[in-house]
Structure formats: C-alpha cells, structure tokens
Design a protein around this ligand. Structure first.
Ligand code: UDP
Length: 414
C-alpha cells in the first residue's frame, strides 16, 4: 500500500517507548501549523540531504508544516562552495573578489526565485548562507552548519561572519566547534532514521541479493568504508591500511561511495583510486541505499578513517547495525565512538590496520562492541532526538519572536 512506509512519530514507540514519544508530541503541540522551510544545496549524496530527507517528513508528522528547498547553481558556483567547504575544514583558499561575486550573486538569484515568508527559515551549510541578506525577516532564521569547524581558514571565517551574525541562532554539531560570535550557538548532533531503506532490518537473503547483484565476494570477511569520495575521508589511507591488514588476515575491502551534486571533486577522487582495484579490493560508485545497508550489515568491521568529519552519519549508521567501527579520531567521530568501548578511535594508517586485525581475530569483541554501539545510537542519535532538540529551540523563540502558533491562528480566524 502506498504510504505505509512513511514514518510517523508514533513508529518510534517501538524503539524509545511511548513516554518519550508523548513528551515530544507535547512539545510539538503549541507549534502546530507553524510553517518552516529548510534550505540546502543538494537533494542527495552526503549527510545533510540524508538527514533532511527523513527529518522534514518527521516534522510534518508532528503537525509542523515543514518544507525543503534546494539551491540551484552552476558548476562554477559549486566549485567555489566546495572550496569554501574545504577551507572551513582548514584548507587554504584564494578568496578573490571573483569568487565572492559568483557566490553572492548565485545566492541572490536563488533569493529572487524563492519567496520565503515562512515563520522560521533554517539554512544549511555555507552554500545558501548569504540568503539572509535578501529578505525581511518574519521570524527567526537559523544557520545550521554541519561542517567540522575545528580550525577554519581565518580570512574566510571573517568574511562569512558578516552573514552568520545576521542569524538568530546557529546550530553546530558539536560544542567544540563553538565560535566567537554575537549570535547564540546551540549544539545538536545529527541523527538517523532507523526505519529508512538504509537503516531498517534486512533478512540474510536480502543482504545476499545485494552482494550478488554487485558481485561482492562474501567468502572472506568484509571490511568497508562507505563515504563520498573526498580527500577528508582518506580513502587512500584506508587502502594503505588494507595492505597491512592483508598481511595478517585475509579479507575483502569494499570502498563504496556516491557523488553529491554539490561536490564537484568526487569523480576525480574516485578515478584516482581505480588503479588499486583487484578482485579483493573493490571500489564502487553507486547511488544505492539498500546496498549501503546490506554492506554495513554484512561487514565484519566498518572503517571511517576521516581526517575531518563534521559528524559522520556513516559511523552512526554502522553502529546502529551493531557493528564495531574503527574511526578517525576527529570531529563527530570521537563524539560517537568511546575508544575501546563501542569501537576504536585511530590516528594513523598503522593503528587502523592494528585495530581492524584485532577485531577480525576476535568475534566476541566485535559483538560486544557492536551491542554497545547500537545502544549509543538508540539513546542519542535517532531523528526523534534531533526533533526534540529543534522543538525546544523553537519553543524558546516564542518569547523573543511573535511566532504564529495555533492559538494565534485561531484568534485571527475569529
Ligand atoms: N552515502 C550513501 N552512499 C554512498 C556513500 C555515502 O548513501 O555510497 C550516505 C551515507 O550512508 C550517509 C551520508 O551519505 O548517510 C554521508 O554522511 P556523513 O555525515 O557520513 O558524511 P558527509 O558526506 O556529509 O560528509
């Protein structure tokens, strides 16, 4: 039946209990009929689109009219915004007037096309950030930045601050990304939808089918990293680690990635790796969420060897499936993995190899860590938790902004 798989807040009762769901519904009640929009720069590929595709539906299920718009831009524009993304994570950037002109004028065009008269506007990441310059605010504007802001390029950050400080609140993924800003800052970790095709339970047969479809051999233990092809995810480092692991334990490595429309570097990184492929080292580029699910479930160990990571939903997704993750000791990964408890944090290729070998040799350790990993996600990183954080924030705005709520609407209609 069409629609039966649309997630409703009530579905979460089976995971977090009826009391938690009721608490969230109570917080949503005064906000019913608010009209909110999210704006980002791609419908798929990457963590932001992943969160929005489920989160927007969940917000509607508690009665908040929530939409999602995607910014349009030329390859030039996305080339520049990817440079901005990289520089926010610490790379150099030549912030020329030409780049600023293309960035700001593309945002202006989008602002002309989009008529935003919502009660609340939530802007994601730097691509649409300057939109705030082009509207008369009718309610709070929130900038939600998903990037690892540990060490942003100074010049760029100073340039962006002039936009950021026009917002009424900034949401960052971790407290350690806090910046020196006039604007109030909040810290909400992203979250996953446990019912989506990417995360729901799969039968062994369904997993086998996906493996067979992509000709992934299952006779040896599988280790995998699933990520956009991006230098910050360090796919080269994973391949180097795999070469060390192979000397100790025979296994298959699968690197799976997809390409986001707002990330023009992905294809180049993917192609640069292809020489390494053999029948035990697979480098796949597909947009297939069921394959992500199957691979995370079939893998003995999941790797996420990032050098920078705003949060790292791939880590959350694998942990939800009861997998031990060997993750780079950076950004949001170290917030999810408690080293030696529910996974391992690593700082080098050698350490990655060592920990993967340890796990491949010790099934009990894998299942013990995997169980704890799942509990971590259940208590902290499901979309119902993220929804509750947003409801608390929006409720807190009521005092400083005249947000139209059900009660006000009723009064107008009388
Ligand atoms: N992803 C996917 N297919 C792939 C690679 C990644 O669907 O081949 C998804 C992955 O499952 C996760 C998101 O893209 O939901 C990546 O989010 P994350 O926070 O890990 O990293 P980002 O790409 O946002 O830096």
């Amino acid at each position: 039946m069409i629609g039966k798989e649309i997630v409703n807040i009530k579905d979460y009762e089976s995971i977090v209990g009826a009391e938690t769901v009721q608490r969230v519904l109570d917080k949503a009640e005064p906000l019913r009929d608010l009209h909110i929009t999210h704006i980002n720069s791609t419908y798929y590929g990457g963590g932001v689109a992943e969160v929005l595709s489920s989160f927007v539906i969940l917000m509607n299920s508690v009665g908040i009219k929530t939409g999602w718009r995607v910014l349009q831009g030329s390859p030039d524009y996305f080339g520049i915004t990817k440079k901005i993304h990289n520089a926010l994570q610490g790379s150099d950037i030549n912030l020329s007037d030409r780049k600023k002109e293309i960035y700001e004028s593309t945002v202006l065009e989008n602002s002309i096309r989009n008529h935003l008269d919502h009660d609340i506007v939530i802007i994601h990441d730097p691509q649409p950030l300057p939109m705030i310059n082009h509207y008369r605010k009718r309610g709070p504007w929130i900038w939600r930045c998903h990037i690892d802001l540990t060490d942003p390029n100074r010049e760029l950050w100073n340039y962006l601050t002039r936009f950021v400080e026009k917002y009424d609140a900034v949401i960052l993924s971790l407290e350690e990304y806090k910046k020196d800003l006039e604007t109030p800052q909040l810290f909400f970790p992203p979250a996953i939808n446990p019912f989506s095709i990417k995360n729901k339970d799969l039968s062994e047969q369904e997993i086998d089918d996906r493996m067979e479809h992509y000709k992934i051999p299952t006779d040896l233990p599988i280790i995998t990293q699933i990520s956009r092809f991006d230098k910050w995810k360090d796919p080269e480092g994973v391949i180097e680690a795999y070469k060390l692991i192979k000397k100790e334990v025979d296994c298959t490595l699968v690197l799976l990635g997809n390409v986001a429309t707002d990330d023009p570097e992905g294809d180049k990184v993917y192609k640069s790796l292809l020489d390494e492929c053999d029948d035990r080292l697979l480098i796949l580029s597909h947009q297939d969420t069921a394959l992500v699910n199957a691979l995370q479930r079939r893998a003995a160990v999941v790797i996420q060897k990032s050098k920078r990571e705003g949060f790292g939903l791939t880590v959350t997704e694998a942990m939800w499936k009861g997998k031990p993750v060997v993750g780079g000791n950076v950004g949001g990964i170290k917030y999810q993995i408690q080293d030696g408890e529910n996974g391992f944090l690593v700082n080098s290729v050698e350490e990655t190899a060592e920990r993967v070998v340890q796990l491949l040799r010790d099934k009990d350790l894998c299942s013990e860590m995997g169980k704890k990993a799942k509990e971590t996600v259940k208590s902290n990183f499901l979309l119902i938790h993220l929804l509750e954080h947003h409801l608390d924030l929006i409720n807190s705005f009521e005092s400083s902004f005249k947000i139209r709520n059900k009660h006000d609407v009723g009064q107008h209609q009388e």
